[in-house]
Structures are given as structure tokens and as C-alpha cells.
Design a protein around this ligand. Structure first.
Ligand code: PLP
Length: 493
């Protein structure tokens, strides 16, 4: 197969193979790795429609990971997409409700869509390490505001040649999220609470990543640091597979995907699926009240200089959507580095002629920005439940409400698939508030989950039982300036 080469969005002369890009995560100049071309699907849709999820994932991944052998791609796919890691044999499924399809991406070990990529990334990493003849063990460092940390822990738990340390703000995550993390199993997993907020944890992790003396000490002891961040192509590429899979289950002329967006990773994967040949009519990029992307698609101006709003869809509370840089590269090419510099120094940049040019190939034409407020999100949960008995989580409900607005504006009746990114059980309190309204009463996690179970009739996922009933295995808490020392205690002392 023709070799794919990856290069930085800011300097196309900085090149890497797939395995190098997966190991490094980010390009040396701070840009993101993009493939020098997007491959097209080699199997027909008829053939793909007969395949299982792991088989479709294999067909997608092998086209991007051209320095992996077929056996290696198979091994990674099979280690990730099985019933040890997912509570459905088909891995993901489409549910029809209220005139649209919901693509349920939350059947993995942490009941959020991040499992779709984080269950395979550790395997892609350890294969890449072998390929690049890395002698050291990989230590993943992650600062988390709740969801990513747990998904990374589950992904890396007991994967040979890897270790993972997750830092979370001790008083900054929900009690359920904390329980999920501190009950984590696996001899190579470490979870540490910090006295501080998410930004403190994030800042210290970045400092540790660039501490050369510490890196040298770790290397001498046989370890290198890496990151499981969503800008890694090893997270992006596996996400393309479920868009191909969803299309081949429906086989309509065209499909519109609606994606609840934060870091722009999930929807970018849909865009890559389109470039691979999936007939996609529109990609609706749904934001919550932090609607930087909505404004960008309307005006061509990306401006993060605004108030950060805490919402009930926390995984979308983001003012810098890192993965957008890859779309910007498609639109602005060599200018990308300059625009990203503008973002770093001025907090804003402008893409000229974002839309309305004669260029029929303009990738931005595929995207529609929409948003939904907290109230619209709650109303959507309430009425989809009342009308169809189907319960949405707040993130999916933002997308669903955004789609409803799009429909009202356009009357576009193209079949729509809404990416359903979390199980409602992960956000029981918000969901119950929306459904029960004035009769809502507070309760502990167990009570809320029990109530949601009665209302929805959906079986309580094993992940929830594990968190509620698991043994606490991690209890270290430290100040932010002691984080490095805690890592040293694990690996060096
Ligand atoms: C991470 C996350 C999102 C946002 O996805 P991006 O790839 O960052 O755009 C949406 N919903 C849930 C539940 C998430 O965990």
C-alpha cells in the first residue's frame, strides 16, 4: 500500500510516519500532525454494510496506519473492540427517536464516547513503541477535569510497556467521577488528587512535560513520558470508523451528522469520513453556551476573548478547540502557523472568505454551526423523554436541540444521525432535573441512579456498578507543586 506521511499543520517539512506521530502526539513546532492525503475507502459500501464494527474499524485504520502490518492493525482492533471493553456485542448502535437517529457511542468502560478511541490508543502506542525501537516504558501523564482521565485509565490499565498517572482537582470533579477514578484497577495505574483546580493540574503537567532534567532522570530509569490528549492522531483515526459504520447501517443517499462539540475531535473525524467517501450532506457542529465555534462558522472569526461559562455539559466547556487547527490547515494551508500565533498572542484570528467563495471545493461549506442554551438542552431532554421514552444525556441533548433549531430554520429533511456521546447515567442529576422539573429532589449517587433507572427502564451499566461498589485503591492527595515528587516516588524511588 502507498505510504501515508504525516506532517505538521504549521510546517509541512516536519514529517513523521503514523507510528512516530502516535508516539510524539504533537509535532515539534507545536503543530498537529495531519496526513498528506486522505485515503479513500477500498471496500464498497455493500461490502462494509455486511461487516461487524471491528471489521469496519480495521478497514479504516489500515488505510491511515500504513507503517503497521495487517496483523498489527488486527491485533489492536481486536484488543479494543470486544465485550470485555464494551457492554454491547455490536460496540455501537443506532436508536431512532423523534425523527432522528442517535448513534450511541457510550457503551464502553467509562460510558462516554472517549472510550471508542481510548480503548485502542494504548495498543496503537505499544505497537508504535516496538516499531520505533523505543527501549523505555511509556508513562502517560494526564490532568483531567473528570471524563478523559477515567477513559485513559481504563484504556491503559494493564497494557504491557505502559504506565499512567492521572491528576484531578480533589474538589473539582463530581463525587461519581471521583469514585470512578479512585476505584480504578490495574497495577500500572496511578490516580492522584490535588489541592487546586483543573488549571493548576494542567499547568503542572505541562511543566513536567518540558522539564528536561526530569526527563533525563526518568529515561535513565527506563521511562519516557507521553500524552493521551485528543490531538493525537491515534485518537482521531479510530473515531472515523463509527461514521463509516453508521452510514453503512443506514445506506441512505446522504446523511447529516450532528455532533456535540468541544475540542472539535469528534466532528473532525466525521469530516475525514466524508473525505474518505461517505456521502455526508452536512456536519452540524453543536455548541453549548460557550459558542466560539458557532460564531466562527458564521463570521470566519475565531475569538476566545469571552467569559468562560460553566454549563451542565462540561465536556463541551472549551474556548480553545485544539483540533480545529486541522480544519484550518485545509482552509488556510501555509497561513495556519500565523493564525495559531494570533490565537496565542491575541486570542483571536480570522479566516478570510470562509464561505461564499466560488470555490465549490471549500471544506467549510460542509459545516453548519448551531448551539443550544442550558434551558434548550433541558427542554430537549424533557420532550424527547415525554414523546419517545428515550433519555438523552446533557451533551447529546445539546446536539439534539441544535438539530431541532436547524430543522426549523432550513426544513432540510436529509436523514440525520446525532452522535450520542455519554450515557445519561453519567449525569444522573442533570437529567433528572430536566425530567422531574419542580419535583426534583437531591440525593446521593446511588439514589439518583436508582431513580433514573426507574424512569428510563435502561439497565444500569456495569461501569456504574463498578464505580458504586468498587474498592477504593487510590488515596494520594498532594499540592500542585508536589506533583513531580509524586511521579518520582512511583517510578524513581
Ligand atoms: C469529550 C466530549 C465531547 C466533545 O468531544 P470533542 O471531540 O472534544 O469535540 C462531547 N460529549 C462528551 C460526553 C464528551 O466526553
Amino acid at each position: 500500500m502507498q505510504e501515508l506521511v504525516y506532517h505538521s499543520t504549521r510546517d509541512t517539512s516536519l514529517k513523521a510516519t503514523a507510528s512516530e506521530a502516535i508516539l510524539h502526539g504533537i509535532a515539534p513546532d507545536g503543530g498537529l500532525y495531519v496526513p498528506d492525503r486522505i485515503p479513500t475507502l477500498k471496500k464498497s459500501f455493500d461490502e462494509l454494510s455486511m461487516m461487524s464494527y471491528p471489521e469496519v474499524a480495521y478497514e479504516v485504520l489500515r488505510l491511515f496506519l500504513t507503517d503497521f502490518t495487517d496483523e498489527e492493525v488486527h491485533a489492536a482492533v481486536n484488543a479494543a473492540y470486544n465485550t470485555d471493553n464494551f457492554d454491547r456485542e455490536d460496540i455501537t448502535c443506532l436508536m431512532k427517536a423523534n425523527g432522528a437517529y442517535y448513534l450511541e457511542l457510550f457503551h464502553g468502560r467509562t460510558i462516554a464516547f472517549k472510550d471508542m478511541a481510548l480503548s485502542i490508543l494504548p495498543h496503537l502506542m505499544s505497537i508504535s513503541a516496538k516499531k520505533c525501537e523505543l527501549k523505555e516504558k511509556i508513562v502517560i501523564l494526564t490532568a483531567t477535569s473528570g471524563d478523559t482521565g477515567k477513559a485513559a485509565l481504563e484504556g491503559f490499565a494493564n497494557v504491557p510497556g505502559t504506565g499512567i498517572v492521572v491528576f484531578y482537582p480533589k474538589d473539582g470533579v463530581s463525587s461519581f467521577q471521583e469514585r470512578q477514578m479512585i476505584t480504578q484497577e490495574g497495577d500500572n495505574t496511578h490516580v492522584i488528587g490535588i489541592h487546586g483546580n483543573f488549571d493548576d493540574a494542567q499547568r503542572e503537567v505541562k511543566k513536567i512535560f518540558t522539564d528536561e532534567a526530569f526527563a533525563k532522570e526518568m529515561k535513565e530509569a527506563g521511562y519516557v513520558f507521553s500524552s493521551a490528549n485528543s490531538i493525537n492522531i491515534g485518537r482521531l483515526i479510530p473515531q472515523i470508523a463509527y461514521y463509516v459504520y453508521a452510514y453503512t447501517r443506514l445506506m441512505e443517499d446522504e446523511i447529516t451528522f450532528v455532533v456535540p462539540t468541544g475540542n472539535f475531535g469528534n466532528i473532525l473525524a466525521a469530516y475525514y469520513a466524508c473525505r474518505m467517501g461517505v456521502p455526508i450532506a452536512k456536519l452540524i457542529c453543536a455548541s453549548n453556551d460557550n459558542k466560539v465555534l458557532f460564531d466562527f462558522f458564521k463570521t470566519g472569526v475565531y475569538d476566545r476573548n469571552r467569559e468562560f461559562i460553566l454549563t451542565s455539559s462540561p465536556s463541551m466547556d472549551i474556548l480553545i478547540s485544539s483540533n480545529l487547527e486541522r480544519l484550518i490547515f485545509e482552509l488556510a494551508g501555509d497561513e495556519t502557523g500565523k493564525l495559531m500565533k494570533d490565537l496565542a498572542t491575541k486570542g483571536r484570528y480570522e479566516v478570510k472568505n470562509l464561505k461564499g467563495s466560488d470555490d465549490s471545493e471549500n471544506p467549510a461549506d460542509l459545516f453548519v454551526g448551531e448551539f443550544a442554551t442550558g434551558e434548550e438542552m433541558q427542554e430537549e431532554i424533557r420532550h424527547v423523554y415525554k414523546d419517545c421514552g428515550y433519555v438523552l444525556d446533557p451533551h447529546t441533548a445539546v446536539a439534539s436541540a441544535a438539530y431541532r433549531k436547524y430543522l426549523a430554520d432550513t426544513r432540510d429533511l436529509t436523514t440525520a444521525v446525532i452522535a450520542s456521546t455519554a450515557s445519561p447515567y453519567k449525569f444522573s442529576a442533570s437529567v433528572l432535573k430536566a425530567i422531574e422539573g419542580d419535583s426534583y429532589k437531591e440525593g446521593n449517587d446511588k439514589e439518583l441512579i436508582g431513580r433514573l433507572n426507574k424512569i428510563s427502564g435502561v439497565e444500569i451499566p456495569a461501569a456504574v456498578e463498578r464505580a458504586l461498589n468498587g474498592t477504593v485503591r487510590h488515596n494520594t492527595v498532594c499540592d500542585p507543586d508536589k506533583m513531580k515528587e509524586e511521579i518520582a516516588k512511583i517510578y524513581l524511588r
